[in-house]
Design a protein around this ligand. Structure first.
Ligand code: FES
Length: 206
């Protein structure tokens, strides 16, 4: 449709046919707009179905008191964080209390018994058993439990970073898990030191 500008003093009235055309254009545009909105909604719905809502933010670190708050040989469960802290003669370790099968909290580590000749922990849900160094002694747990990176902050508090596993030890390299099974946080220097693989003799069982 062509239009022209009104001249001086002239009023311009569109013809009935022009009005019909404009209405049709408007309705066509309205239809296309709704179609586009529906399509966008469908795409976003499919997208959220295909891509699960996962929080990719690293889990935050937490403080776990002062080194001197722990007795040598102590195994302390920080229940709110689902983490065991071990205070051994060699230093500190922090290990997840979440079973790698379906995420139940497994029970505290206990001394060797008739069934397992080493320190171990049972998961009550489906019977997995973990060794003191996190390895799976009995499935269905598919992977070792992770040991978390520890540091001491400027205020002298132990810090456990659940987002970081130390990838340097041999067992981690072999398993591809990136878990620092045999590293200890030296409370004197604040360094991570390589200790013997934990056999459990370094823990007290009351
Ligand atoms: S959740 Fe631990 S064995 Fe299944």
């Amino acid at each position: 449709m062509t239009t022209r500008e009104p001249r001086n003093g002239e009023t311009f009235e569109p013809s009935p046919e022009a009005r019909r055309m404009s209405r049709r254009k408007f309705l066509v545009r309205l239809g296309l707009g709704s179609l586009a909105l529906t399509a966008a909604g469908a795409v976003s719905g499919i997208g959220s179905y295909i891509l699960p809502r996962v929080n990719f933010e690293p889990p935050s670190a937490f403080t776990a008191g002062r080194p001197e708050d722990y007795d040598v040989g102590e195994m302390r469960l920080i229940e709110s964080q689902a983490v065991f802290i071990f205070r051994t003669p060699y230093g500190f370790q922090a290990v997840s209390d979440i079973c790698t099968h379906l995420g139940c909290a497994y029970q505290p580590y206990g001394p060797p018994d008739e069934e397992y000749a080493q320190v171990h922990a049972h998961c009550p849900c489906h019977g997995s058993v973990f060794a003191r160094d996190g390895r799976v002694l009995r499935p269905p747990a598919p992977r070792p439990v992770p040991f978390y990176f520890m540091t001491i902050n400027p205020a002298g508090l132990l810090v456990v970073d659940k987002g970081v596993y130390d990838p340097t030890d041999e067992l981690s390299r072999l398993s591809g898990e990136g878990i620092g099974h045999n590293l200890y946080l030296d409370p004197e220097t604040g360094d991570l030191v390589e200790g013997p693989l934990p056999t459990g003799e370094d823990l007290r069982f009351g």
